[in-house]
Design a protein around this ligand. Structure first.
Ligand code: 8YV
Length: 327
């Protein structure tokens, strides 16, 4: 019998996943549950046959330069792979997998929660009550913006974007989207979605904008200062994808100057750091990257990681190989 591959996991995972992983492979867990330093990551890639990183591990060229040839698979726990230098991994013949699909609905739920929470001032109202600032019902107090009947512009109409669109349609929003490619006609029809080839033109017409595209070199600061200026000052922005897709400083400036009505942000450019100026604003809901944070979802993600590793070590192509067109 051949030696079991050494799998190194960088973060604490759900118990049932860790147990199963130890049964299947020679597994080294991270019991401390804190992100590894770059030096510790370099040590991990020296020893591992398979590395299981998360979004908090920056697998850059410096780290990969330390890898031994035995490192054949990076089975990432999560869907976004922008924390991994894919070109460098590919150059070394390392296969990269992710966990798509299983966190689609949870992330879309959180996106919808932000779409509702910001215009309807959910946190402001809840906080006012807690702070004893509620003097009783008033016809004119704590008025938000109506959501139904408004235009939602989705940037990135993949699995998550479509799941957001389904929810938003049920809430009476009209669906608009920008994507590299137009989605299938039956999907457009089902969602009654309008395709905008020009992102600039779409931005100028929307009441709420939701970012649901991956962070790639092509989407870095897609919402640049120039594009943020195209958006109607009464509009809201929601981001549950990656902070890097928006120029966070430019967004903060616009929110401060009331050139945008508000924002719901689950992700930030320099996590876990958040621009302190954002924290001073009333018209924002800021969440600590919770989009996929359900127990069920994390177990599903872990199971996908297990299947990807198992398939790979059995000598087959793992189901969730990251496709080259993400580069
Ligand atoms: C996780 C995510 O929080 O999958 C993603 O891309 O952002 C989240 O589901 C994280 O990435 C886990 O590594």
């Amino acid at each position: 019998s051949s030696k079991k591959p050494l799998v190194i996991v960088t973060r604490k995972l759900p118990d049932s996943i860790e147990t199963r992983m130890m049964e299947l492979f020679d597994t080294r867990l991270n019991v401390e549950d804190r992100p590894l330093t770059q030096a510790e990551l370099a040590e991990a890639v020296k020893a591992a046959d398979v590395l299981v990183p998360t979004v908090t591990d920056r697998i850059d060229t410096g780290v990969l330069a330390q890898a031994n040839p035995n490192l054949r698979l990076i089975a990432s726990f999560g869907t976004g792979v922008d924390h991994i230098d894919l070109a460098a991994a590919r150059a070394r013949g390392i296969t990269v997998t992710n966990t798509p699909g299983v966190l689609t609905e949870d992330t879309a739920d959180m996106t919808m929660a932000l779409i509702l929470a910001v215009p309807r001032r959910l946190l402001e109202g809840a906080n006012a009550l807690r702070e004893n600032e509620w003097a009783g019902w008033s016809p004119t107090w704590m008025l938000g913006k109506r959501i139904w009947g408004k235009r939602l512009g989705i940037i990135g109409m993949g699995r998550i974007g479509q799941a957001v669109a389904r929810r938003a349609k049920a809430f009476g929003l009209s669906i608009h989207y920008h994507n590299r490619n137009r989605v299938a006609p039956q999907v457009e029809e089902e969602l009654e979605a309008t395709y905008w080839e020009s992102l600039d033109q779409m931005l100028a017409r929307m009441d709420i904008i939701s970012i649901n595209c991956p962070h790639t070199p092509a989407t870095y600061h897609l919402l640049s200062a120039r594009r943020l200026d195209l958006i109607n000052p009464g509009a809201y922005i929601v981001n549950t994808s990656r902070g890097e897709v928006i120029d966070e400083n430019a967004l903060t400036r616009k929110l401060r100057k009331k050139e945008l009505a508000g924002a719901g942000l689950d992700v930030f450019e320099h996590e876990p750091a958040v621009n302190p100026k954002l924290l001073e604003l009333q018209n924002v809901v800021l969440l600590p990257h919770m989009g996929s944070a359900t127990l069920e979802g994390r177990i599903d993600m872990g199971e996908k990681v297990l299947i990807n590793i198992k398939t790979f070590v059995d000598g087959h192509a793992p189901p969730d190989r990251v496709i080259a067109n993400l580069l």
